[in-house]
Each structure stands twice: as C-alpha cells, then as structure tokens.
Ligand binder design. Structure first.
Ligand code: ZN
Length: 237
C-alpha cells in the first residue's frame, strides 16, 4: 500500500497521506473497517489479521532518518557533511535519506555532524536520537508520549513531510506493543546486508530474478543451520 503516493496507505485508518494541510494537526481518522481489494487503495486481501501486524522498530527508525535528511537543505553544511561522511553511499541514496542501521549508528556517534546543523535541525536531530534511545531501543521511557510529541513538533518545524511511519507515531501509539524494545533489529539488519550484497552482484539490473536469488540464499542458509544442529551421524548428503 505504501508504494508511490498512495492516498490511503495506512492499514489501520483512512489517513489521507496527500492532505498535507491536515498533517501534524489532525490526529483522529476514520478507522479502516474493510479490506476489499480495489477499494480504498487495498490491492490484495490481507495475509494476516491487520490487528496482528507488528511494527518493527528498525524500520520506524529508517523512516524517521529519511524524513530528517530529506528536510535538510542540500546546499547546506549538514547535507554536505553527510556526503563526506558516507563516501560509499551514492548521492541519490543520501538525497533520499536511505540509510541502514550501521549508518545511523555511525551518524549518531559523530559529534561533528551536530555542529553543522541549524538550531531547528539540531532540535529535530536531538529528537530523533531521543526516540531511538527512549522508545525504539531496549527500554521504553515512561514519558515516551511526550518525547514523541516533541519529535513531531520539531520535525514539523524543519518542514519534514509526514510519512506513514510518522503517522503511526502520531495517530497509533496505542498500537505499538508493550514489548517493542524486546525485539532486536537483527533480522532487519540482516536483510539489508544480504540485499546490499545481491545489489552489488546485480549492479542495478534488478528484476524478479534478484528477489528469487535472495529467497534461495535464505533457503540454503536455513538448510545449513538444520544440518549443523544434527549430529554428524545423521547427515546423509
Ligand atoms: Zn492510520
């Protein structure tokens, strides 16, 4: 549902992602009650109960850094600093704010970056780091609602467009499971690492083959793990 500029891209409500004048202002939207393909931007029947969908913290983080970087002035010192700090990332990826977990950790540990930011940008950056530590990390602070409110306000100030992930934080905080911090970013990080390797192999010539290639690496790996768990006498190749 998220691809392109889909109008109703939230699986929980009928948030209008294009009605930018309502973003940051209107919190409540009509709940989504039907999932009929062809209506309200539903393209296929849900595979699982939408209420059972889990919102992975890593992807919320990636979404938030994307919005932050996209709001930076491309001629400004902060954006130029990013280009220098990530020489292996293409300009297009930096421009679109496409970072993975290790990039975020690198940037958060970098003291120089903050110095390149305007006061409003610095506030938004501090908010991002706060969310990572106090909501999306291993520990959920008691005042997380306040921290999220501040973050949204700071993002609004730098002119960041509200994304689906920000909408989840704005309108569906009660949907986040209590145990959010207990899940690790490991799986998501692995996916990005594997895809980066495959991307390199395909050198931009992406097709359906790339996806099946990825699936086969998973299957092969699962097989290897299963064999490892068995005692050597049980192995019959
Ligand atoms: Zn929604």
């Amino acid at each position: 549902m998220q691809s392109g500029f889909t109008k109703f891209c939230c699986f929980l409500c009928l948030w209008d992602s294009r009605a930018t004048e309502h973003h940051y202002v209107r919190k409540e939207w009509q709940s989504r009650t039907q999932y009929e393909p062809g209506q309200q931007n539903v393209s296929a029947e849900p595979l699982v109960n939408p209420q059972d969908i889990f919102l992975p913290p890593l992807h919320i983080k990636l979404g938030l850094i994307k919005n932050f970087v996209k709001a930076l002035n491309r001629e400004g010192p902060a954006f130029q600093y990013l280009v220098k700090l990530f020489p292996k990332l293409s300009y297009a990826k930096i421009k679109e704010g496409i970072f993975v977990g290790p990039d975020i950790r690198k940037l958060m540990a970098d003291k120089e970056f903050t110095k390149c930011l305007t006061p409003d940008e610095a506030a938004a950056w501090a908010s991002f780091q706060n969310i990572v530590h106090h909501f999306l990390g291993n520990h959920k602070s008691p005042n997380f609602e306040e921290i999220i409110g501040d973050m949204l306000e700071n993002y609004r100030k730098i002119g960041a467009r509200m994304s689906l992930k920000m909408h989840f934080l704005h309108s569906h905080l009660d949907f986040f499971p209590e145990n959010l911090g207990d899940t690790s970013d490991e799986q998501g990080e692995r996916l990005h690492q594997d895809l980066a390797n495959i991307e390199r192999r395909y050198q931009g010539f992406w097709d359906e083959g790339m996806m099946s290639d990825y699936c086969w690496t998973l299957i092969r790996e699962t097989d290897t793990k299963q064999y490892k768990r068995q005692s050597p006498t049980n192995l019959h190749f």
